[in-house]
Design a protein around this ligand. Structure first.
Ligand code: SAM
Ligand code: SF4
Length: 413
């Protein structure tokens, strides 16, 4: 839904603190389910050129702006050689002094995390490592084209835990050929290594990924199957002492994982202050979303010419901001306060969304308690689909067209 706007300058926001997202688009292999912006087989020379471009983009930050938290994702940030990773983190520290609030995260994969990388992360105060594993089953890993085995994944878990950082593991469910018992075994094995948190994602389908072809038609959108998986994942995590803190996230709250929270990207007035740097990175500034160029060469050329890397943007209107507000309250599990909604938008939540709320209540997907609206226990199993009901009509129309083409989901009006 982005509008083309090559070279658009990002607006300055009135905030002396920012959250930072850094995108490192390099991977050692291309997983069949992944639609993130990444490149495989890039030479060291091109990676070094990318790092220079990224550092140049950081010059956009007003001197004196403090950093409350960064998240470095990808791709696979540790696919960068350790010295180049060091260069990026040194540049961040010199341009944006850390205000001491949030825990910084860097994503990794089992085969790319060397001892040199761990040393660089520790030296730069990175408190949390999030490692993609997805599955430990050799068959599943082969099917989705991941190039590491169980032993390496478990060894890397232990090394990160021993380095004293919060270790989060990404697991996936609903992958081709994967059974409930495979997931239960994977969870038990990673828990045994002392990991502090597990993020468990259901397989999301996208027309750009090849994994769809590995699924039968009736597996593409199987609502009962998805709900069954979600209940199973929640119960498996609980049986190992992990508490569900967000829909995908399970933490051992008696561990250092309790220190980590993703800091908000916007204040009470919904004005955002998150800068995204790198190829295809998104920034959320004021009431606008921006996305950088998603081609590696074009991104680097723009930065080298001193131009803005932005390629697309979405100005958020009142309806979009309402959707964001609901996503960050009901959609995030905390629930929505009707009086807070009234304060921000100057209108009543029940009046703005009357028919939608009636429909969801009729289907037992929401619960109402005075000022507070939250998902019911049934609604929690389909939180993402409940959220679709709150999207503005133009977004539903766009989604319906896209989904119909790919037969992924029948979106109701
Ligand atoms: C950038 S990757 C994490 C780090 C590293 N690249 C790796 O995969 O080992 C972010 C995570 O997104 C999740 N992911 C990627 N594609 C997905 C999809 N189609 N559906 C659900 N989760 C997905 C995976 O769990 C993956 O670990
Ligand atoms: S899941 Fe991770 S390793 Fe696999 S292609 Fe995506 S970003 Fe790269």
């Amino acid at each position: 839904m982005f509008r083309d706007s090559p070279g658009l300058e990002r607006e300055r926001v009135d905030s002396d603190v920012m959250r930072l997202y850094l995108h490192i688009p390099f991977c050692n292999y291309a997983c069949s389910f992944c639609c993130y912006a990444k490149r495989v087989g890039v030479s060291r020379a091109r990676m070094a050129r990318y790092v220079k471009a990224l550092i140049r983009e950081l010059d956009w930050v007003e001197p004196g702006t403090r950093l409350n938290q960064f998240f470095m994702g990808g791709g696979t940030p540790t696919a960068l050689p350790a010295d180049l990773l060091d260069e990026v983190l040194t540049a961040v520290a010199s341009r944006m002094p850390y205000d001491g609030t949030g825990v910084h995260t860097v994503e990794t994969s089992p085969e790319s995390m060397t001892d040199e990388h761990l040393e660089v992360l520790a030296r730069h105060g990175v408190g949390r490592v999030s490692m993609g594993v997805q599955s430990l089953s050799a068959e599943v890993l082969d099917t989705v084209k991941r190039d590491h085995g169980e032993q390496l994944a478990l060894d890397t878990c232990r090394r990160v835990v021993a380095a004293g950082m919060i270790m989060n593991i990404d697991l996936m469910y609903g992958l081709p050929g994967q059974r409930h018992e495979d997931f239960a075994r994977d969870f038990a094995r990673v828990a045994e290594q002392g990991v502090h948190a597990v993020t468990a994602y259901n397989l999301r389908l996208n027309e750009m990924t090849s994994v769809q072809r590995q699924l039968a038609d009736n597996e593409r959108f199987d609502l009962a199957g998805l709900m069954g998986w979600r209940e199973f994942v929640r119960d498996t995590a609980a049986s190992h002492g992990f508490t569900q803190t967000r829909w995908h996230t399970f933490k051992r709250l008696d561990s250092i994982a309790a220190r980590h929270e993703r800091l908000p990207v916007a204040g009470e007035d919904l004005s955002a202050y998150q800068l995204g740097v790198g190829m295809s990175a998104r920034s959320s500034l004021g009431h606008t979303l921006y996305r950088n160029h998603s081609k590696l060469n074009s991104y680097m050329e723009r930065m080298e010419a001193g131009e803005s890397p932005v390629q697309e943007h979405i100005p958020l209107n009142r309806e979009d901001l309402q959707t964001q507000f609901i996503a960050r309250t009901i959609g995030d599990g905390k629930g929505l306060s009707c009086s807070a909604y009234q304060r921000v938008f100057g209108s009543s939540f029940h009046e703005d969304f009357g028919p939608t709320l009636e429909r969801l209540q009729g289907a037992d997907l929401l619960s109402f308690d005075g000022d507070h609206v939250a998902l019911s226990s049934l609604g929690q199993l389909v939180y993402d689909l409940v959220m679709l009901s709150f999207y503005p009509q133009h977004a539903k129309d766009w989604l319906r067209g896209r989904m119909r083409d790919y037969q992924l989901l029948a979106v109701e009006a």
